[in-house]
Write a protein that binds this ligand. Structure first.
Ligand code: GRF
Length: 186
């Protein structure tokens, strides 16, 4: 399928997905990278990969519905079938949820339903949790509340934040493309 990846930051998950698609490990075509932050590194990664970019600034629109209508027009025009969120720091509203029903997925750096929302790794460590994790899930109107598709956990074992974060990213970069591949072939 044709997919669009939404990201607000570094874009290492965008990279993992675009790389997997390029080598044929993921049967998908990344036709658009969307970012709500003009200076996000994901924008450079997309250009480097030859993926079209759409950068917008939410504050220049009157409402979420207004910028989502703009995004919807672009996505439908390109024939996008799935929206893949990868570090996109905004909730998806009714306009995109209804246009892409059950076709929006997200990755979150905790073992959901534990520690939804921002800084999930920090939340995991401050709570003294024994396990950290990564979850891929369908997106609904809530914050990291949709149906879980795949999850991988590992013991924290007194490791530092940097070590836990590195492990989480390593899992994400493997788990996200693999989970998408399963999803797209069922
Ligand atoms: C990832 O940890 C992802 O789980 C979370 O945001 C981070 C994005 O990292 N939702 P990157 O921009 O893909 O490098």
């Amino acid at each position: 399928p044709k997919i669009a990846v939404f990201a607000s930051g570094n874009g290492s998950n965008f990279q993992a997905i675009a790389d997997a698609a390029q080598i044929g490990a993921l049967n998908a075509e990344v036709v658009l990278a969307v970012s709500d932050r003009p200076q996000a590194y994901v924008v450079e990664r997309a250009k480097e990969m030859g993926v079209e970019t759409l950068v917008f600034t939410a504050s220049q629109y009157g409402s979420k519905a207004m910028y989502e209508e703009m995004l919807k027009g672009k996505l439908l025009g390109l024939g996008v079938e799935w929206i893949v969120l990868a570090g996109y720091m905004r909730l998806i509203g009714p306009v995109l949820l209804s246009a892409f029903e059950n076709r929006i997925v997200n990755i979150h750096p905790s073992a959901l339903p534990d520690f939804p929302g921002k800084d999930a790794i920090g939340q995991t460590l401050s709570a003294g949790a024994e396990t950290a994790g990564v979850t891929v899930h369908f997106v609904d109107a809530g914050m990291d509340t949709g149906k879980i598709i795949a999850q991988e956990c590992f013991p924290v074992n007194g490791r530092s934040r940097d070590e836990v974060e590195a492990e989480i990213h390593a899992i994400e970069h493997r788990l996200y493309p693999a989970t998408l591949q399963q999803l797209f072939s069922r």
